[in-house]
Design a protein around this ligand. Structure first.
Ligand code: MTE
Length: 496
């Protein structure tokens, strides 16, 4: 046995919760590396025995970490007593140095070399059947697939073309047969449950609306610059706009016998994408929003005149205008009305905002409401940060949007870091009062002050509630890097 050198990485608290076989932190630091058999590891699968996992030849006691796992305790428990590899193949986002560093803190020893066999669980690529994607997309993670259009393409068109619409997947993309597809809608007491084919959905009155969809993590990369956060490094492109067509959710719910009598109830959605335990992606919205015809919540089967692309929920997804992307459940399989919010991890343990003072040791997900409507947002898409612009006149372009149907009434742009401001010209579809579901594109052509070698371009939007973006990121920093909507800043050079 070789001597243990990384005593500092040992988590003593974790060791103490491990039951009789586990060494204490002190013992482990004093002794040489512990060697564990596969059987020993496999007997550590509960808080009582300690929860152990392996990666390659290393053994980790993650008992204390389970509740802190950003993907939720249940996901980590899938690997309890065995190798992490099959799960990291599915959630490939783990294969990063900071995740390995974090795991290293929980190392308690090595696996008996004779036991270091190939994992018995199926590790073939669960993403092998994912669709082919457009090469222009900037990929933030391949498995699951997460990608955004580059800024200059994002605002090229008011309606984002389907192939470059940002994609946010948590799991492999299901391959669903439109002929056998059924949407199960649980009926109200006294009403009837529905099993709707695509044709059935087409028989409901068809509605078509333009809606901007934004991920809660849009612009997270700016939060990372303040302090590390857990999540994908989205830049300004986790937002896109499409013309969606489908049946209204309120019409479908009414057919299943639902009414707005339970004012506190929620409509829960389940996707047909699922993890190895069969747990599906899920989310919910208040029943009051779902039943409100003015809220225009759709069960969409068309995106920009085409059947939904596979990455965007083929054959049916929910579109909840003015609400965070996480609630627009794709590959929709089941709709039910419940007294409480969805119990999905993504409703209760993610997509929530916290004070900058809250960290992974102190976070209490039950203390914060799930994100529904999003705050006012804008970003500069042209010029790019670090670019050199011509002297004379500079053209600045970007997007602006607010949640809850609040219209953008103004975008202010500064060339000097926020000392002086000019008002940009807004373009795009009419912003309907209380139903401004889609973004504005904006533009400003401004003279470059003579002799200026650099410009600090800043934008901020104002919505019809006179909500305005905060000036800096630090006061809105949160551990998951969501709701990042500070003034967007771009630094450019002026060609001599
Ligand atoms: N629905 C299912 N079934 N599975 C998912 O992973 N991701 C959600 C939402 N709906 C997701 C889902 C999130 S977090 C976002 S931001 C939007 O889908 C992204 O939609 P898009 O990929 O069509 O842009």
């Amino acid at each position: 046995m070789k001597p243990r050198t990384l005593a500092v990485c040992y988590n003593a608290a974790a060791a103490q919760s491990c039951g009789p076989q586990a060494p204490t932190g002190l013992q482990a630091a004093q002794e040489s590396t512990h060697i564990y058999t596969k059987e020993e590891v496999s007997s550590h699968t509960s808080p009582e025995t300690g929860i152990w996992v392996t990666l390659g030849s290393e053994v980790f006691d993650v008992t204390e970490f389970v509740d802190l796992h950003p993907g939720g305790p249940s996901k980590l428990m899938l690997a309890a007593g065995g190798p992490l590899e099959p799960f990291w193949a599915l959630y490939a986002v783990h294969n990063q140095s900071h995740v390995r560093e974090l795991l290293a803190q929980y190392k308690i020893g090595e696996l008996n070399p004779e036991d270091k066999v190939a994992p018995t669980v199926e590790t073939s690529d669960p993403y092998a059947d994912d669709p082919v994607r457009h090469p222009a997309l900037k990929v933030n993670s391949q498995r699951p697939f997460n990608a955004e259009p580059p800024p200059e393409l994002l605002t090229e068109n008011y309606i984002t073309p389907n192939p470059i619409f940002f994609t946010r997947n948590h799991l492999p993309v299901p391959n669903l047969d439109p002929d056998t597809y059924r949407l199960h809608v649980v009926g109200a007491p006294g009403g009837q449950s529905l099993s709707l084919s695509l044709d059935d959905l087409h028989n409901f009155p068809r509605y078509e609306i333009t809606v901007t969809l934004q991920c809660a993590g849009n612009r997270r990369s700016e939060m990372t610059q303040v302090k590390e956060v857990k999540g994908l490094e989205w830049r300004t492109g986790a937002i896109s706009t499409a013309r969606w067509a489908g049946a209204r959710l309120c019409d479908v719910l009414a057919q299943a016998g639902h009414q707005l009598c339970e004012t506190e109830a929620h409509v829960c959605f389940e996707g047909l994408d699922s993890d190895p335990t069969g747990t599906a992606y899920g989310a919910s919205i208040p029943l009051a929003r779902a039943m409100d015809p003015e809220a225009e919540v759709l069960l969409a089967y068309e995106m920009n005149g085409q059947p939904l692309p596979r990455d965007h929920g083929f054959p049916v997804r929910v579109v909840v205008p003015g609400v965070v992307g996480a609630r627009h459940v794709k590959w929709l399989g089941r709709v039910s009305v419940q007294p409480e919010e969805s119990y999905s991890h993504w409703q209760r343990r993610d997509y929530k905002g916290f004070s900058p003072s809250v960290d992974w040791d102190t976070v209490d997900f039950d203390s914060a409401p799930s994100i529904q409507e999003l705050p006012v947002q804008s970003a500069i898409t042209e010029p790019r940060d670090g670019e050199t612009v011509e002297s004379g006149e500079v053209t600045i372009k970007g997007y602006a949007w607010s949640g809850g149907g609040r219209a953008v009434i103004r975008v202010d742009v500064s060339l000097d870091g926020g000392l002086t401001w000019q008002v940009a010209k807004l373009d795009g579809e009419e912003q309907r009062p209380r139903k401004a579901w889609a973004w504005c594109l904006w533009q400003l052509k401004a003279p470059v002050p003579p002799g200026q070698k650099e410009l600090n371009i800043v934008c901020k939007a104002v919505d019809d509630g006179y909500n305005v973006q905060p000036d800096t990121v630090a006061p809105i920093w949160n551990l998951r890097g969501v709701l990042s909507n500070a003034w967007h800043r771009v630094h450019v050079y002026v060609s001599p």
